[in-house]
Design a protein around this ligand. Structure first.
Ligand code: NAD
Length: 360
């Protein structure tokens, strides 16, 4: 049984999570999965109801769950909360990451052939689309190393990595690559300059020996930033440290041109995970039915893959999304001039459910 804590959050969060849940339930029925869903308040909605963006009840629900399925938090109303520790992102998302011990962030950047025109690159460079998975280390590197701070006119950040941190993220990348058709990992570092990158490279090479079926190559981060814009199709899984991953995952995401299409997974100790769309709460379109639920639906597929061990069901959801797009259906944010009709959030969710339930 997989216990899922469901946190809808703010803005479009409730609408997109509703569609995500419908799709997860349809997949559970078809593949006979034992999933339980328990809802709790988070973000601004929780602050309004209880005075805190991550109330104790939500905290303990997440501690006991196998996976957390999150919509989005925040909105203009909550930016004005005087105590910054009670604002949704700082008061809910950061503690949630800590509680779940999240150390790996997985951001698929998929350019579906049907949406190729949304890509900012020249069309001839992305014929057939691309499918990149960025695996970013979340706990180490320059963001957390000590010493850190200001000393008069001097400021210091320290980049630290331990072998153990590199080993566990490397395993996530190789396990992920193993499930993908191309089975290849590109490890990105700056080993020509940084000591932490040298440790990174030797450790990755050591762990790679456990995965003879997966191909490993290395690339320097500056070369990778260029290669992503020049030939994104060469990449399968990109494995990298915290700062480089922060930048490269945004660059890869931008190449898909569709914020409403980008799922994410963050994995913690013992297979626990947080699954959420990469976008925010989109307060400008909340309640209008214009929200694209596909990023949330695809995050549900990642939940099934990484926290429920249900690969077949995950693939069925991903294929249903691809089919919906291939058949020309669009929400407003991804509708080009040639789209036959624009669906609202609920209609898009219903269509994915239909294709998951009956793929033929
Ligand atoms: P945003 O991602 O919410 O929206 C950016 C633009 O993209 C908006 O025009 C929005 O309408 C559109 N958009 C986003 N998701 C969409 C979807 N699924 N379908 C259709 N259009 C979509 O970013 P923002 O406007 O900078 O932030 C809004 C709020 O969200 C802020 O309060 C911010 O702090 C919060 N936020 C939360 C998270 C999170 O919960 N993890 C992440 C980022 C931002």
């Amino acid at each position: 049984m997989t216990h899922i804590a469901v946190l809808r959050g703010d803005g479009i969060g409730p609408e997109i999570v509703e569609e995500g849940l419908k799709v997860l339930r349809a997949a559970a029925t078809r593949f006979k999965l034992d999933l339980t869903f328990t809802e709790a308040l988070v973000g601004g909605a929780a602050y309004d109801a209880t005075g805190h963006p991550l109330p104790d009840a939500t905290r303990s629900l997440c501690e006991g769950a196998d996976a957390v399925y999150l919509g989005a938090v925040g909105g203009p109303k909550y930016d004005k909360i005087p105590d910054p520790n009670l604002r949704p992102e700082r008061g809910a998302l950061l503690p949630l990451r800590k509680i779940l011990g999240l150390y790996a962030n997985l951001r698929p950047a998929v350019l579906y052939p049907a949406l190729a025109s949304a890509c900012p690159l020249r069309a001839d460079k992305v014929v057939g689309g691309f499918d990149i998975l960025v695996v970013r280390e979340l706990t180490g590197g320059l963001y957390f190393g000590q010493p850190k701070g200001w000393e008069g006119d001097r400021a210091v950040d320290t980049c630290v990595y331990t072998k153990e941190e590199i080993v566990r993220i490397t395993r996530v990348a190789f396990e992920s690559a193993r499930r993908r058709p191309r089975k290849s990992v590109m490890s990105v570092d700056k080993a020509n300059v940084l000591e932490t990158s040298r440790l990174w490279r030797t450790t990755v090479e050591e762990i790679a020996k456990e995965y003879p079926d997966v191909t490993l190559t290395h690339m320097l981060v500056d070369a990778c930033a260029m290669a992503l814009c020049k030939n994104p199709q060469q990449f399968d899984v990109i494995l990298t440290e915290n700062l480089f991953g922060d930048i490269l995952s945004d660059e890869a995401a931008e190449l898909t041109g569709s914020l409403g299409m980008l799922p994410s997974a963050s994995l913690g100790a013992g297979g626990k995970g947080l699954f959420e769309p990469s976008h925010g709460s989109a307060p400008d379109i909340a309640g209008t039915g214009k929200a694209n639920p596909l990023a949330t639906i695809l995050s549900g597929a990642l939940l099934l893959r990484y926290s429920a061990g249900a690969e077949e069901a995950a693939v069925a959801i991903e294929q249903a999304v691809e089919r919906v797009l291939g058949d020309g259906f669009r929400t407003a944010d991804i509708a080009g001039a040639d789209a036959p009709g624009v669906l609202n959030c609920t209609q898009m969710g219903d269509l994915v459910v239909k294709y998951v339930t009956n793929p033929n």
